[in-house]
Every structure is written in C-alpha cells, then in structure tokens.
Design a protein around this ligand. Structure first.
Ligand code: F6P
Length: 348
C-alpha cells in the first residue's frame, strides 16, 4: 500500500510530529509513505518525496512542516480535479492523509466525494474545526501567547500602562479566550461577542480608580465593536485581497483599539501584535502527544478502509468522525462560555 501525506493551510507546531507518527506507524504496517510538497500544490504538480522512518526520526520537536505548506485550492486551479487524480494514479497512491484545517480538509471532503480515498487530521492554531475538542497546534500557540502576556504584564505594570495584545484566531475567539485567561488579561475581546468600547474604557478607568495602575487587554484579531458603535464595527483587515479559499488577512485591531482607548481615557496605552510568533517553533508536549496519537489513528483508519473520516479528540479518546461533520461549519466560542468565564474578571 502506498500512502501520500500532505500538510496544507497555515503551518503550526505539531505538523512534523504528525508526519513522523504516520511514517512510523505506516512502516510498521508495511506501507510505503510519500510526502507531497506544499500542500495541495504538490499533488497538483506531482512534487513529492519519499518518507522513511530514518528521515523522520527526530522531527517531532521541530516547528513548521518538513513537507512545506500552501493555501493552494485545487478547485480554483485549471483542471484541478483531473490533475489531482492523474498524480495519484501515476504514483500508485492508494490513500491520502490530509493534515489541515477547515480549508485543506474541505478540499479533502470534496475529493472523497469524487471517490478519492482520504483520511483527515485536524491541525490549526485557531481550534475552529468542528467535531474535535482540540486540533494540534492550538496548545502550543496559546502557551506562546500566555508566555508573551506574562512578559507584557511586568512592563505594563512598571509603566502604569494599558497593554493591548492582539491574538490570532481569525473569526473564532478560542485562542484569545484561553490565552487571555491563562495570561491574566483584565479584558478579553473575542469575535463572537462584539464589544462595547464605552464599557471597555469604563472598566479600565474603574481599575485605575481602584488603585490598579495597569491593565492588560487581550483582543482577538477578528474582534469588532457592537453595532451602533461609532468605531470598529467591522473587522480590521490588513490586506483586502482574499486567498484561494476566500479568507481575508486580518490584523490591526489591537493598535486601533489602543489609540481609541488612549484618546478616550487619557491612559498611556501600548499595543502588541503576537502574530506569527504564535505559529512558530517547537510544539508543546501536549501537541506532540496529540499529533502522534492522531497519526497512529489515521493509519489505523486506512488499514480498516474507513475513508472520508477525520481523526478527532473527544475528551481523552481519539475517535473518528465524518470529514463532513468537521468542515461543514466553523466551531465558535459559545457566548455563554464567554460570559461565564470572562464575566467574573470584569464585572459583566
Ligand atoms: O488560520 C491560522 C491563522 O494563523 C489565523 O489565525 C490567521 O488569521 C491566519 O492564519 C494568518 O494567515 P497567514 O499565514 O496567511 O498570514
């Protein structure tokens, strides 16, 4: 059996641990593993490399992906489906493992519907894939954000400043919610709950009046103000151009918010965009373990002939779910979760 593997979409820590696990478990089953380069681009262009246990032995601790990645969408390319089928036929690929988020696995689902044998593995720092409690990469990313916030606390406190920290996550607030709580933010703003700028400013002033001479605000890159506000009612976009999946590049809400807060309250305010720092570097132990379990389960699914499925973490168990369930809708932070978790810290 020949298995193709690819990593698509934004990179994140844990991809190499997943690749390693697939190769080691696959070889145990007597399978030959080949890695397509640059996500779906490698499948379209027939670019791949053979992967052996020797090559992947030590890669679990490395960030990024040895197979590289791209946001290429075969369905946006001329004769995309035909070219994918050609490559798989030419290389006698029996099954594919697609490691990705909503976009990559969305393509995997469509290709499955065309009869291609695919198993999906969830990875995304945004943790916005439905049908899994965690995707690999998320844990490392929030730990990086928490460490950054710990550092920002001491400088904010020393200068009696408001520090606004912008956190990734696109339209979902998971990273900001979890890193914001872990990092001790006093105000946490997520896309799912449009914020009230007056309330943000009032809370900051109340903290100051109570003798708390600094504040941390965690704001998701996709956060926006509630309708009716005169300010920031649209997501702040860094680049208007969309990628092949229709995603827009967000960025800048932290700086805009910091300026507005400073002008309304007179408090000295600074902003930091954590950006791609959250995606780089070595994966956490949690992500290495999760990625390894996902890889093993994916090979088991192939052995059982269960295609069109995605491996998933439910509680502490690794299970599989239809790819359809994972990609048909984005997983957002439930508003009641937010209110219950964040409310106590700023008196909502
Ligand atoms: O989906 C992962 C993610 O890191 C988002 O949180 C962020 O909005 C986006 O990717 C950034 O994309 P790029 O890598 O193209 O800058």
């Amino acid at each position: 059996m020949r298995i193709g593997v690819l990593t698509g979409g934004g990179d994140c820590p844990g991809l190499n641990a997943t690749i390693r696990s697939i190769v080691i478990q696959g070889e145990k089953e007597g399978y030959e593993i080949i890695g397509f380069m640059d996500g779906w681009a490698g499948v379209l262009e027939n670019r791949w490399q053979k992967l052996t246990e020797e090559e992947v032995e030590d890669i679990h601790r490395e960030g990024g992906t040895i197979l590289f990645t791209s946001r290429t969408n075969p369905y946006k390319e001329t004769k995309g489906l035909e070219r994918v089928k050609d490559t798989l036929k030419k290389n006698r690929i029996d099954a594919l493992v697609a490691i990705g988020g909503n976009d990559t696995l969305g393509v995997a689902k469509r290709l499955c519907d065309e009869g291609i044998k695919i198993v999906g593995i969830p990875k995304t720092v945004d943790n916005d894939l439905s049908a899994t409690d965690y995707a690999s990469g998320f844990d490392t990313a929030i730990n990086i954000a928490v460490e950054a916030m710990d550092r920002l606390h001491s400088t904010a406190r020393s200068h009696h400043r408001v520090m606004v920290v912008e956190i990734m996550g696109r339209h979902a607030g998971w990273m900001t919610l979890e890193a914001g709580i872990g990092g001790g933010a006093h105000i946490i703003l997520i896309p799912e709950v449009p914020f009230d700028l007056d309330e943000v400013c009032r809370t900051l002033m109340e903290r100051k009046d109570a003798g708390k001479n600094y504040s941390m605000v965690a704001v998701a890159e996709g956060a926006k103000a509630a309708k009716g506000s005169k300010f920031l009612t649209q997501e702040v976009v860094k680049e208007a151009k969309t990628d092949a999946f229709g995603n827009i590049l967000l960025g800048g809400v932290g700086e805009a918010l910091a300026k507005e807060v400073a002008s309304r309250t007179g408090l000295e305010t600074r902003s930091v965009i954590l950006g791609h720092l959250q995606r780089g570097g070595s994966p956490s132990a949690f992500d290495r373990f999760l990625a390894t379990r996902f890889g093993i389960k994916a090979v088991e699914l192939i052995k059982e002939g269960k295609f069109g499925e995605m491996v998933s973490l439910k509680g502490t168990d690794i299970i599989s779910v239809p790819l359809k369930d994972a990609v048909e809708r984005t997983r957002y932070v439930p508003v009641d979760w937010y209110n219950r978790l964040v409310g106590p810290f700023w008196g909502k």
